[in-house]
Design a binder for this molecule. Structure first.
Ligand SMILES: Nc1ncnc2c1ncn2[C@@H]1O[C@H](COP(=O)(O)OP(=O)(O)OP(=O)(O)O)[C@@H](O)[C@H]1O
Ligand SMILES: [Mg+2]
Length: 365
């Protein structure tokens, strides 16, 4: 959605306007702006230490920003010199460590946000039962959290986060304590649940697959900034910078130069037509844009092959040593190989912008 950077959008579930945050003299967030429409799920994706949790804590009210403003459901909750405490923001939260009260039953844990809001007992019990049913834990209300598995405890935390239908739910790496299979299935369940209940959520993760599974939009963060904020399909098809392409592990990035509407990678002689300004550049050759093809314009040597269950990931060495990866339906015979490139899916980063590679790609020696 279009995010004006000066005025909070009254229609947005969350609007972050030009936030900065310092710990002492260290700036850990700079100029972060982000808007979430109601019912939208946005993931914050970035490497460890890039500022994801700090941003979430600012939204929750556990920290006050150094600069900028935050509005939740049209209400300004943080601005220079004033910050609403967490309990007054009425958000749902799900953390990595579940954070359940061990001495309270599952039902009492889930009922807590309703008790805080003074919801009468009969309605509380009905809504708690409903929320537990929604997360697949119908009949677990009387149990103690300690008697549940990790995945089940996280489902209790999820029920607690959504039982009061908050304007926004915050997730901070909720699946990172679970093993891979459970992670995948719980990510799918969370995605479905958020959609069906039309809940708005900000979901922090450093796992690309998890971000893509859960979110309508993904904000890729690095060094306290948002590098790109787009739908998963757009991020993959049109990464805005080499950093985003690298972080998303989209494929090979070859350093080179643009001269006269041509990108050239010196060591391999690879040359790609592109309408980019002259100067130093990087070309992204995504795995999904390459395929083995005896008539293809790119020549290389097979450097390794790895069977992945559904296909084979082939590593191809170009003259000069640069490596490309390409998926093949079966193992290829060792030795020389030629590759075809779907030009529309390849990108040249030059002059601070991303430029699509044009066709036809000339054959190299
Ligand atoms: N209370 C604090 N005091 C000082 N520095 C802090 C504090 N909390 C976080 N930082 C620093 O701020 C930066 C951002 O931390 P943050 O926890 O937001 O990262 P993150 O993206 O959530 O990382 P991770 O994926 O490891 O959880 C880090 O360099 C961290 O060391
Ligand atoms: Mg964190």
């Amino acid at each position: 959605m279009p995010a004006r950077t000066d005025q909070p959008d009254p229609e947005a579930a969350l609007h972050i306007l030009g936030i900065a945050h310092d710990f002492g003299s260290r700036r850990v967030l700079a100029e972060v702006s982000l808007a979430l429409a109601r019912g939208e799920v946005v993931a914050l994706l970035g490497a460890s230490g890039c500022g994801k949790t700090t941003l979430l804590r600012l939204v929750a009210g556990l920290l006050a920003p150094t600069a900028g403003r935050i509005a939740i459901a049209g209400r300004v909750v943080a601005a220079p010199g004033r910050s609403l405490p967490p309990e007054a923001r009425g958000l749902g939260m799900v953390f990595q460590d579940y954070a359940l009260w061990p001495h309270l039953s599952v039902a009492r844990n889930v009922a807590f946000p309703l008790e805080m809001r003074g919801v009468p007992r009969a309605e509380r019990e009905r809504r708690v039962a409903e929320a537990l049913e929604r997360v697949g834990l119908g009949g677990f209300g009387g149990r103690a959290p300690g008697t549940l598995s990790g995945g089940q405890q996280q489902r209790v935390a999820l029920a607690r986060a959504l039982v009061a239908r908050p304007p926004l739910i915050l997730f901070d790496e909720p699946l990172s304590n679970l093993d891979k299979e459970l992670r995948d299935s719980l990510a799918r369940d969370i995605a479905l649940l958020l959609r069906e209940e039309r809940l708005s959520a900000l979901y922090v993760t450093h796992d690309r697959a998890e971000a893509f599974a859960v979110a309508d939009r993904v904000a890729v963060m690095a060094g306290g900034r948002i590098l790109q904020d787009d739908a998963p399909e757009t991020l993959v098809a049109r990464p805005a910078s080499p950093e985003v392409a690298r972080f998303l592990d989209l494929g090979a990035l070859l350093p080179g130069e643009v001269r006269g509407r041509r990108f050239r990678h010196g060591p391999s002689g690879l040359s790609l037509p592109v309408a980019a300004p002259d100067g130093p550049a990087e070309a992204l050759l995504p795995r999904r844009a390459l395929r083995p093809d005896p008539a293809g314009p790119i020549a290389g040597e097979i450097a390794g092959q790895r069977f992945r269950g559904d296909d084979v990931l082939v590593s191809v060495r170009l003259a000069g040593g640069a490596l490309l990866s390409v998926a093949a339906p079966a193992r290829l015979p060792p030795g020389p190989v030629r590759l075809a490139l779907d030009p529309g899916a390849a990108t040249v980063f030059a002059g601070g912008a991303a430029h699509p590679v044009l066709s036809p790609i000339p054959e190299e020696a």
